[in-house]
Design a protein around this ligand. Structure first.
Ligand SMILES: Nc1ncnc2c1ncn2[C@@H]1O[C@H](COP(=O)(O)OP(=O)(O)OP(=O)(O)O)[C@@H](O)[C@H]1O
Ligand SMILES: [Mg+2]
Length: 479
């Protein structure tokens, strides 16, 4: 069994196919051969009986027919057939063979003779004598055609050699035909499996090249809609996604290193100035240390954001529990107003609902969105928070009337480290991880986040979280 599995698929498929074909041919050939043999024996028997019938009828018509038994036997005998007449007691009454070229009759078989003597008309069997096979027919010899009075049994026998020759030829032809069909089947099977499996070999080679690190490789099969074509497409699709994921990861690491370098360079510069003696100037020292403090704060915020992102990526930090949105937003509104300073923050509350979510994560999502809204609106801007429920989901949003997001930026703002121009130019800008974090948290809850924005007309971020039956407040349903 193990050896069988070690064979290549091509060989296995071909062997299986040829084996089945051989079995089918053998059965078909056997049936054909058997049927043909029966046909030859039956047609010979029928012909001999038909030839003998008028001769026997004529002999029966004579007076005292038994006395003419020898003449009858002689009349029924030819180079092909020899007749033997058996009396009612099983004794041989007459033998037709007189000439040497006439075939010898096989000895009578009492069992079959008894059946013919009992009146059975169609007793036919194959007898063996001196290594030769004979077809033997028994005909009850009746005193008149159809009469129950049986005088004896006429045994006609003919050697089977001519029939056996025809059958042998038939066997050879069948065998040859089978061999040719099997050879054609083998060649066809090999060709078919090789051409069907070729793309698989191609895929294996591609896989090997990819394993060596070249993710730009593709199988690129010419259009085909069969199973292998679909496999190749799925494979190419998978590699493309892997390639994109690896590229994103490389970008991420490069960006992270870059983000770390900026504050570190600033701190290093300040320290160098201090070491060169600036500590003697209290004003310069205070400015430098304050600057360094800001950079360190930025660094620790960055490292926390990075840690959060990687933890969510590993899927470990979500602890869902029921949250009453009304109560949650009441809490959050207070902090949002502190953050917004002079800006107006309003709440557009939806139906009361209890959702299943991680409260810390929910807080972090809204906090980040709120932070962005504050960053990108004027001092007297308006920020709206709110939620709506649908039968399957709840939507939470944070909208502002600030500067909005340019269309070119829209598809990229959720990428880690991506910042719009306005944020980049600002001295105290963030690292661009906020929205990436929000998106990771939303997705960890099975939801999604979308953004709508027109430059100059503000932005609206909408978080959609799925609502299972368990999330819905029973009181709300009754109400
Ligand atoms: N409400 C908004 N209005 C206008 N632009 C926005 C708004 N929210 C996000 N953006 C744009 O999307 C970019 C990415 O936002 P994100 O929160 O990821 O980073 P950030 O706020 O610059 O930095 P961080 O959040 O890490 O402090 C921002 O730089 C800004 O250009
Ligand atoms: Mg932000």
């Amino acid at each position: 069994m193990k050896r069988w599995r070690n064979l290549s698929l091509r060989v296995r498929l071909t062997l299986l196919y040829v084996g089945l074909l051989a079995l089918l041919l053998a059965v078909l050939g056997g049936v054909l051969y058997w049927d043909f043999q029966n046909f030859l024996l039956e047609s010979t028997a029928t012909r001999l009986r038909a030839q003998a019938k008028p001769i026997i009828d004529e002999a029966s018509a004579a007076a005292a027919p038994l006395e003419h038994a020898q003449t009858l036997a002689r009349d029924l005998t030819s180079r092909e057939t020899v007749a033997l007449i058996i009396g009612p007691d099983g004794e041989t009454v007459a033998v037709g063979k007189t000439l040497p070229e006439e075939p010898a009759p096989p000895p009578p078989d009492p069992a079959y003779d008894a059946r013919a003597l009992a009146g059975e008309n169609e007793v036919t069997y194959v007898a063996q004598m001196n290594g030769q096979r004979y077809l033997v027919l028994l005909i009850p010899w009746r005193s008149a055609p159809g009469s129950p009075d049986i005088l004896g049994v006429i045994q006609l026998s003919t050697p089977l050699a001519p029939i056996e020759n025809i059958l042998l030829r038939q066997k050879l032809m069948l065998g040859l035909g089978m061999m040719l069909t099997l050879l054609a089947g083998l060649a066809g099977g090999l060709w078919l499996t090789s051409s069907a499996l070729k793309p698989l070999n191609q895929m294996t080679e591609t896989c090997e090249r990819i394993a060596e690190g070249d993710l730009s490789q593709r199988v690129n099969l010419p259009e085909r809609e069969d199973e292998i074509g679909r496999l190749a497409q799925a494979f190419d699709h998978m590699v493309a996604r892997l390639e994109a994921a690896f590229a994103a990861q490389r970008r991420f690491v490069a960006n992270a290193a870059h983000e770390l370098r900026t504050p570190l360079t600033a701190i290093r510069g300040s320290l160098e100035v201090l070491m060169r003696g600036a500590q003697d100037d209290p004003a310069a020292t205070s400015r430098l240390t304050q600057g360094m403090y800001r950079e360190v704060v930025r660094l620790s915020r960055l490292s926390e954001q990075l840690l959060d992102l990687s933890r969510i990526g590993a899927g470990a930090t979500i602890h869902k529990q029921p949250i009453d949105l009304q109560a949650f937003f009441d809490d959050f509104l207070y902090q949002a107003r502190l953050l917004a300073r002079d800006r107006t923050v309003t709440l557009d509350a939806g139906d009361p609902v209890t959702i299943l979510a991680d409260p810390d994560a929910l807080m972090e999502m809204l906090f980040n969105l709120m932070d962005n809204a504050v960053q990108h609106t004027a001092e007297n801007g308006i920020i709206t928070l709110g939620w709506r429920t649908t039968p399957e989901s709840v939507q939470l949003w944070v909208a502002d009337d600030g500067e909005g997001i340019p269309a070119d930026d829209l598809p990229r703002i959720f990428e880690p480290f991506y910042r719009g121009d306005s944020s980049r130019s600002r001295r105290q800008g963030g690292s661009g991880l906020g929205l990436a974090l929000v998106q990771a948290l939303v997705e960890a809850h099975g939801g999604r986040i979308t953004v709508e924005s027109q430059p100059g007309q503000g932005a609206r971020f909408t978080i959609t979280l799925p609502l299972t039956m368990r999330d819905v407040d029973p009181l709300e349903k009754i109400g």
